[in-house]
Write a protein that binds this ligand. Structure first.
Ligand code: AR6
Length: 166
């Protein structure tokens, strides 16, 4: 089931939240900074063992001090005009995150609006890609029962609601 919620993703009680990280996986601003602050320094220690992550790929850690049991760290593309494979890379973020969650038998997962902050991906196009790629993934049966698009802004919440009703 697909849902949208306007919330701080660090507060959600789900099997996994997804982090919009950078390729170092060693923290940053935006949702990444919020997740590291809320999860505590043990998260950074675990991330140091992962050797970074390529754009479009995903790696999983424990949730540490979060209610969420796991954190799936994925690296969205930096928007550079749209002709450098940004859409495919963003799609890969969603698909690879879901693949990791399903591989671990998880049932609930929440995504932030990957790449739409510091990385400047146009939010309408990003939301379309998010909804399409999640819907496509869930066409094949797997453990995942609930996917939450966790929107920080009301504008994003409205955008996702519109797409999900379509
Ligand atoms: N809960 C949910 N969504 C949030 C939260 C939160 N607590 N905080 C921000 N957002 P961004 P990016 C939303 O910039 O564009 C970092 O420095 C925010 O409103 O966090 O993928 C990383 O280390 C926006 O809609 O991620 C990378 O260097 C969305 O999260 C870089 O930024 C994504 O914005 C990644 O940039």
């Amino acid at each position: 089931m697909l849902q949208t919620q306007q919330a701080d993703i660090t507060q959600l009680d789900v099997d996994a939240i997804v982090n919009a990280a950078n390729s170092s996986l060693l923290g940053g601003g935006g949702v990444d900074g919020a997740i590291h602050r809320a999860a505590g320094s043990e998260l950074l220690a675990e991330c140091r063992l992962l050797n970074g992550c390529r754009t479009g790929e995903a790696k999983m850690t424990r949730g540490h001090r979060l209610k969420a049991r796991h954190i799936i760290h994925t690296v969205g593309p930096i928007w550079t005009g749209g002709k450098n494979g940004e859409a495919d890379k963003l799609r890969a973020c969603y698909t690879n995150s879901l693949r990791l969650a399903a591989g671990a038998g998880l049932q609930s997962i929440a995504f932030p609006c990957i790449s739409t902050g510091v990385y400047r991906f146009p939010p309408d196009r990003a939301a379309q890609i998010a909804v399409e790629s999640v819907r496509a993934y869930l066409e094949t049966p797997c453990s995942i029962q609930t996917v939450i698009f966790c929107c920080f802004s009301e504008a994003d919440q409205v955008r996702y609601k519109g797409l999900m009703e379509a």
